[in-house]
Design a protein around this ligand. Sequence first.
Ligand SMILES: C[S@@+](CC[C@H](N)C(=O)[O-])C[C@H]1O[C@@H](n2cnc3c(N)ncnc32)[C@H](O)[C@@H]1O
Length: 371
Amino acid sequence: MEEQLTVGHVAELAGVTVRTLHHYDEIGLVRPSSRTAAGYRAYSAGDVERLREVLAYRRLGFGLREVAVLVDDPATDAVAHLRRLRGLLLDQRDRAAAMVTAIDRELEARAMGIRTTPEEQLKMFGARLYDAIGSAYPATRRTEPRIAAQIWAALGDARTVLNVGAGTGSYEPPDRDVTAVEPSAVMRAQRPAGAAPCVAAAAESLPFEDRSFDAAMAVSTVHHWPDAVAGLREMRRVARRVVVFTYDADDPGWLQRFWLTRDYLPEFAGLVTGRPSLADLAGAIGARTEPVPIPWDCADGFFEAHWRRPEAYLDEQVRRAVSVWTRVGPQAERRAVSRLRDDLASGRWAERNCELVTLDAAELGLRLLVA
Ligand SMILES: C[S@@+](CC[C@H](N)C(=O)[O-])C[C@H]1O[C@@H](n2cnc3c(N)ncnc32)[C@H](O)[C@@H]1O
């Protein structure tokens, strides 16, 4: 017979009060499926699974009504809930990193006798990562023409294109009818005059009818989505063709392929752990993958862009435009930069990476998904 847990035991294990569990029962959120001989509520494995989902969504700040809608959704099974919860928690971690950045900035400003405005002080709450770091983006992030050519070729003959996680508008094809989607107000505000119209929304819930676009594209953004698989399915729903520029961390040795993660910033691995694999992402939309070589003089300053120009990583402006450096935290960043500076000065970097100087492009795991 299946093991049943008493209400007291469940409350103890989950770190909630028996009263809370009684309340969830009364409002129909988690109804224990049976009673003990003495009449106490008894929870089956299935009840516990539902309770776990309810408590996790509650901890993420969802209201009881919202939680009820989420856990009652027949299209979402236990694995999908776990994936979504994981993504939401990672998003929360990123927001905490954004808040630390905002606090550090204010501490620095105060140390110099500068008082931040009330607006600036309030901005850190509820800020998305890109609301905190986005103002540094345009300094070094722009369309790299050779990567753009590959993305635009993959869009095929699409006339209408949705750009999801569009940021400041890099890689938007100038000769097509583009609509952008971008959740961060800071990023939207930095789109140049004349850029494609931009809707404030997130990938996981695109405010468009099925098949509204010939193609949907997403560049350097999927790794930020709390539920990447849901976002890709949304792109698939609204467009005939989907093109995604992302990276492959499936191969166990991936951390070794780029000297920056291998020798200076192994903490990058912690940002990727538990994210859906490239195979999961491709599988969600039935995509094929294409390698994207990074030219040695890549114009778009993303994380891997300066693989043959290591001094660039010593530049604060270059780092502030790449979220990885904020997400690993100031301690790891300081250590990595200081070691790299020493190794460049001593010739150790050049010695270890002598083969790079002869390469015009590098294969560092960047990929296009095309569906
Ligand atoms: C590295 S930027 C890339 C911007 C642009 N695609 C580019 O190539 O320059 C990542 C963008 O993803 C956006 N983003 C984060 N979470 C998102 C979500 N759930 N749905 C859509 N975009 C999201 C961020 O606000 C940010 O603008």
